[in-house]
Design a binder for this molecule. Structure first.
Ligand code: F6R
Length: 252
């Protein structure tokens, strides 16, 4: 896995935006995989600045990683709302090409199959943006998820419910217990992956993802199977990596 370091989250966001802008430059109709949560927020702002400076994403399609089950789509913390607010509008994407799993569908299992078909129909994801949970989840693939898992309904881990309560007035009781998420296999089908992590709370998960064994206990460890993954980290998120894992200039 390629690792790019920056001193802080704002710097990491700029680095990630540069990587993504370079990757989509040659694609007539880029297909992006987009994450929600706090990790990519500075990155979306950095990419928005590039759009203002001329980067054209109006022909890009986007597929969100996940959506809560049981939350109305117009709830401000539904990922439909978050993606519209933080991604579609600021980046100038065409809303008709932006897809979020239908967590509010009457039959979420059927919605999961439709989502997989929509990704395939778009030709697959060119570039997937990821965050990482403190427990090593990617998307909402919690510990125990299989590396060949596909889009499906999952139960959120207690740690994830607690972590995400900050988006629900600090009340864990308001956080949905289930979600519809792309599987690890779905994520690994993307042609390129850029994972953004900043802050000390991610340091252990990052170190285990990069240096640990591939294990269902740490879902992000399966990223080791992918040939084109870039981790963009701030110093705190990289703080538990061994010097051997760090870019040469940082290890000196
Ligand atoms: C979000 C997602 C999650 C988050 C992860 C980190 O769509 O799939 O895997 O990336 O929970 O969340 P933050 O960035 O809020 O720490």
């Amino acid at each position: 896995m390629r690792i790019l370091l920056s001193p802080d989250a704002a710097g990491a966001a700029e680095v990630a935006a540069a990587v993504v802008a370079a990757s989509v430059a040659d694609l007539a109709f880029p297909v992006l995989g987009v994450a929600t949560g706090s990790s990519p927020q500075p990155f979306y702002r950095a990419l928005t600045a590039r759009v203002a400076a001329g980067l054209d994403l109006s022909r890009a399609a986007a597929f969100a990683l996940d959506e809560y089950v049981g939350l109305p789509v117009d709830h401000p913390e539904s990922y439909h709302s978050v993606i519209a607010r933080e991604v579609t509008g600021p980046l100038g994407l065409d809303p008709s090409r932006v897809h979020v799993p239908e967590g509010a569908a009457a039959d979420p299992t059927e919605a999961a199959a439709r989502y997989e078909a929509a990704i395939s129909g778009a030709g697959g994801v060119d570039l997937q943006i990821l965050g990482i949970g403190a427990n090593g989840h990617i998307g909402f693939n919690e510990p125990g998820s299989a590396p060949d898992s596909r889009t499906r309904v999952v139960e959120l881990a207690p740690r994830t419910v607690a972590d995400n309560s900050r988006f629900f007035d600090g009340d864990a009781g308001l956080v949905p217990t289930h979600a519809l998420t792309q599987g690890i296999g779905t994520i690994l089908d993307a042609r390129e992956i850029v994972l953004i992590a900043w802050g000390e709370s991610k340091a252990e998960a990052v170190a285990r993802a990069v240096e640990g064994p591939q294990t269902t206990g740490l879902p992000a460890s399966f990223l080791q199977r992918h040939g084109r993954v870039t981790l963009v980290l701030d110093a705190a998120a990289a703080s538990r990596l061994s010097p051997a894992s760090l870019p040469a200039e940082a290890a000196r």
